[in-house]
Ligand binder design. Structure first.
Ligand code: PNS
Length: 168
C-alpha cells in the first residue's frame, strides 16, 4: 500500500488544499493529512478544530476518494510523521512559481533528514491558484465573503467569528 503524508497548517483549509488532496488521493492508496499543531501561525489548541474542519469537508470535496484519507494532528518533524504512518512520500501543492523556492528548500531538507522519503508536488487548479489561508482569514476578519474559497463549514465558522463589522 502506497501511503503519503500531506502536511500543513490548514489554518483554515481552503478549496486549494482540498483540490491538491483530491489529486493525491487519486494517486496514492492512503493519504494522511497531517495538521501541524505547533505552527507559528496559530495556537496549538486550534489544531484539533482545523483537523475536524478537513474531515467535515472530505465527503463533498473528494467523494469516494475520501475513503483513502485520514486526518491527524501532529507535532514535530514532518519526516517523523511520515515514518510513524509508514509513508515514503510527502505531498505538497504548488500554486505558482513563487511557491517553488521555499518548497524546493523544504523538499531537499526533508530528503536530507530522511533519504527514503520523497516529496511529490501537485499543481493547484488554476481557479484556486490565488488562494491562501492567511488572505482568507484577513478577508473574513473584515467581513468579506469567503464562501468561494473555503468549504461551507469553514465559511460559516469564519462568518460567525467575525465580530468586528466594517471600519471606516
Ligand atoms: O501549510 P504550511 O504552513 O505551508 O505547512 C508548512 C509545514 C507544516 C509543511 C512545515 O512547516 C513543516 O513541515 N513543519 C513541521 C516541522 C518540520 O518538519 N520542519 C522542517 C521542514 S524542512
Amino acid at each position: 500500500m502506497r501511503t503519503a503524508v500531506y502536511p500543513g497548517s490548514f489554518d483554515p483549509v481552503t478549496l486549494g488544499h482540498l483540490d491538491v488532496l483530491r489529486r493525491a488521493a487519486g494517486v496514492f492508496d492512503r493519504v494522511v493529512v497531517a495538521v501541524l499543531a505547533n505552527t507559528r501561525k496559530a495556537p496549538a489548541g486550534e489544531a484539533a478544530a482545523r483537523a475536524e474542519a478537513i474531515r467535515e469537508a472530505l465527503p463533498e470535496a473528494l467523494g469516494g476518494l475520501a475513503e483513502r484519507v485520514e486526518v491527524r494532528v501532529f507535532e514535530g518533524l514532518t519526516v517523523d510523521a511520515c515514518r510513524a504512518v509508514g509513508a515514503r512520500h510527502i505531498v505538497r501543492g504548488l500554486r505558482a512559481v513563487s511557491d517553488f523556492e521555499a518548497e524546493l528548500q523544504m523538499a531537499h531538507m526533508n530528503h536530507r533528514l530522511a533519504p527514503e522519503i520523497d516529496t511529490v508536488f501537485f499543481m493547484t487548479a488554476l481557479e484556486h491558484g490565488y488562494l491562501s489561508s492567511s488572505l482568507v482569514k484577513e478577508i473574513a476578519r473584515f467581513g468579506g465573503d469567503v464562501s468561494a474559497m473555503v468549504p461551507p463549514g469553514v465559511a460559516a465558522r469564519l462568518r460567525a467569528s467575525d465580530e468586528r463589522g466594517p471600519r471606516l
